[in-house]
Design a protein around this ligand. Sequence first.
Ligand code: SF4
Length: 398
Amino acid sequence: MDTNIDILLSGTYSDQSIERRLVEKVKANQRITPEEGLWLYENAELSFVSMLADFVRKRKNGLNTFFNRNFHIEPTNLCVYSCSFCSYSRLIKQRHEGWEYTHDDMMEMVKKYDDQPVTEVHIVGGVLPQYDLAFYTKLFKEIKKHRPELHIKALTPVEYHYIFKKAKVSYKEGLEQIIASGVESMPGGGAEIFDEEIRDKIAGGKCSTAQWLEMHEIWHGLGKKSNATMLYGHIETYAHRIDHLDRLRSLQDKTGGFQTFIPLKFRNKDNEMSYLPECSVIEDLKNYAISRIYLDNFDHIKAYWPMIGRTVAQLSLNCGVDDLDGTIDDTTKIYSMAGSEEQNPAMSTKDLVMLIRETGFKPLERDTLYNIMNDFSETVFEEDEFKGYLSLPVVNNN
Ligand code: SF4
């Protein structure tokens, strides 16, 4: 394959340089070390890491760029925790500012999509005592009964740790009950940053790093898939990011149960860390690229376009990203409340397809488990079809 990576190799790097070693390793599909990952964060330019990441992305996924037609339900934004980066939650004492949906409310939301071609419902929210194991298993069963083919991706280890502890069941027993009620995948949230000291400062009290990883390991052991996130751009260092990626890579070596890695940018609107500046677009793109290079055993890297905006989402496709999330009529409030680029995070399928096509990539609709549902590479959308000029009445001047 004569690619950008060959251009890099034929460049000016000396035989002994770290750049040349990294290019050769990536080309030979060899794993880079934590020290090399850290070197990339600290020293490499965006152009260098994006070329390496693009090579890895194309080796794994070619030009394929996935998206999923899903919708979100956020049962409550009240929470017993108070993570300092969270713009979304309200403490119980601020109940008047929050929402607490009942089963009926949420079934109404599900029914609103009855005639829509969605394949997944994504359910996450705050942590409240009354939203316990019995509450959730009943909800999941009701959703499955109403629409059996809808894939339920629900709750993170943060919620599971709390509700299982309250129900006095082990992680394994709890997860078995969750699976029996209809949940098929676990989203990647609640990972934040794994370094214990930083985690304690920004997300103290909720499930620990070890518990987050243990929950996913058990979930994978039960034959299920999950995703993983990393919250970056706050008080963590580059070494903390590499530590985070490394712990994910190690667990993935053991279980192979992660599908997708999703870097989440810290946004500073209305939270306890609003005094921090947000990191630049260059930093966002470098972070996607280094994640793609480092996580050699993850198939997919996903960007949430509502979080970074449509233009950066397009650029990210050349920096290792092969999956864009946040598609049609997406009702999530998590990103807009955190000051994301898109205050109205809904895009039509056509808009998203065109966003991908404009960059030269191939838009594919997938289901949660990456089965391809539709190839939109050549689709002509009805509203774009040339219907011919209106026939005008002939004016006879004679
Ligand atoms: S990040 Fe999650 S656990 Fe933390 S306060 Fe917000 S909703 Fe609660």
